[in-house]
Design a protein around this ligand. Structure first.
Ligand code: SF4
Ligand code: SF4
Length: 128
């Protein structure tokens, strides 16, 4: 595994306060998740790809956004991993990459006709 990927994994561990390496791939989290049918990667698969350093598969998928932080997986994991916090850590990493963010300088002048509250909300959400 490259040093860059190790760094990313360490970052997930640090941000979440969990140790991804503890996961034993039992699948209890996936069986407990109420949203699993809407996910492209099950929670167990997220942990699997994370352990292999395949961060892009996780960050480019929709699972981390489908997770509703319900904590079912966290309370049932036999290894005591708070997977909801791991999902949150991945969301933070993705947001910090600032991909797809709005640059106010690129806004179409026609946007000046939009309600100010809409522009403020968009800036708060999409400019990081
Ligand atoms: S329940 Fe815990 S140990 Fe089992 S696969 Fe999920 S995260 Fe890993
Ligand atoms: S916290 Fe997220 S991943 Fe865990 S069971 Fe709930 S929705 Fe599924």
């Amino acid at each position: 595994m490259s040093p860059d990927i190790m760094h990313e994994l360490d970052r997930i561990d640090t941000l979440s306060g969990q140790m991804i390496s503890l996961c034993m791939q039992c699948g209890v989290c996936s069986a407990s998740c109420p949203n699993v049918l809407e996910m492209d990667l099950t929670p167990r698969a997220v942990m699997h790809h994370a352990q292999l350093g395949q961060m892009d598969k996780i960050l480019s998928g929709k699972t981390i956004w489908v997770c509703s932080s319900c904590l079912q997986c966290s309370v049932r994991c036999p290894r005591g991993i708070d997977l909801a916090r791991v999902m949150e850590a991945f969301r933070l990493v993705k947001l910090r990459k600032r991909e797809g963010m709005l640059d106010p300088a690129d806004l179409d002048p026609a946007c000046s006709d939009a309600p100010p509250i809409l522009l403020v909300a968009a800036m708060r959400k999409l400019t990081g």
